[in-house]
Design a protein around this ligand. Structure first.
Ligand SMILES: C[S@@+](CC[C@H](N)C(=O)[O-])C[C@H]1O[C@@H](n2cnc3c(N)ncnc32)[C@H](O)[C@@H]1O
Length: 205
């Protein structure tokens, strides 16, 4: 059996099932990044690419990274179906536990439901370092009250409270504007809403 959240786990998942978040951009991204002026963005753990494509359609130049080639293949298919965009996505296969993004390079860095086994803090520090001065870090995680993710896993690092989501961000360098529990609507009528934890922080200039 594959180790949970290994590359093999994700390759298998995208090869056979796709991922539940699918082709729709994340509502927290739309709420938090919709008013930002386009620039360079990094989508870490981009999955099928809905968030990267939403940003590219708004003029962002996006580097979208995922460990699973099968996810990127689906993302490229969604991109081809979407047609020309004002921005562009560079799809990149890389393991965030090893890949070091360029420092101070992106005006927006997003990571949505990305929880690499054993290495979450180190990855987060590198993603934070990749944000340019004046830029935005947006992290969305599963809240401990989320029934959907809890039904699949209780691995450490998957669930984060609003009290802990800004841990490790130096207040001298970061202005945290959002550290909240938020919901997303249930996928089916009568189903459970998703419970997420949202961090938005601006890197001081
Ligand atoms: C729960 S999915 C979320 C995908 C997407 N961000 C979304 O919101 O729909 C987690 C993603 O992180 C990717 N991932 C997990 N560990 C990774 C790692 N070490 N390096 C790069 N990507 C990773 C998986 O392949 C998967 O696409």
């Amino acid at each position: 059996m594959q180790e949970e959240f290994s590359r093999e786990y994700w390759e298998e998942r995208y090869t056979h099932h796709g991922h539940g978040h699918g082709a729709h951009p994340n509502p927290h991204l739309i709420a938090e990044a919709g008013e930002l002026p386009p620039g360079r963005a990094l989508d870490a753990g981009c999955g099928e690419g809905a968030d990267a494509l939403w940003l590219a359609a708004r003029g962002w130049q996006v580097t979208a990274v995922d460990i699973a080639e099968a996810a990127l293949e689906r993302a490229r298919q969604h991109e081809a179906a979407a047609g020309p965009m004002s921005g562009k996505v560079e799809w990149m296969q890389a393991d965030l536990t090893a890949w070091v993004p360029p420092e101070n390079a992106f005006s927006l860095v997003i990571a949505h439901y990305v929880h690499p086994a054993d290495a979450g803090n180190a990855v987060r520090q590198r993603l934070a370092a990749a944000v340019a001065p004046g830029g935005t870090l947006l992290i969305v995680s599963h809240h401990p009250h989320d029934a959907h993710s809890s039904a699949h896993t209780n691995s450490p690092g998957v669930h984060v409270t609003e009290e802990r989501i800004a841990d490790g961000l130096d207040p001298e360098l970061w202005h945290v504007t959002v550290a909240e529990a938020r919901t997303r609507p249930a996928p089916h009528p009568g189903g459970h809403d998703f419970h997420d934890t949202v961090l938005r922080a601006e890197k001081r200039r």
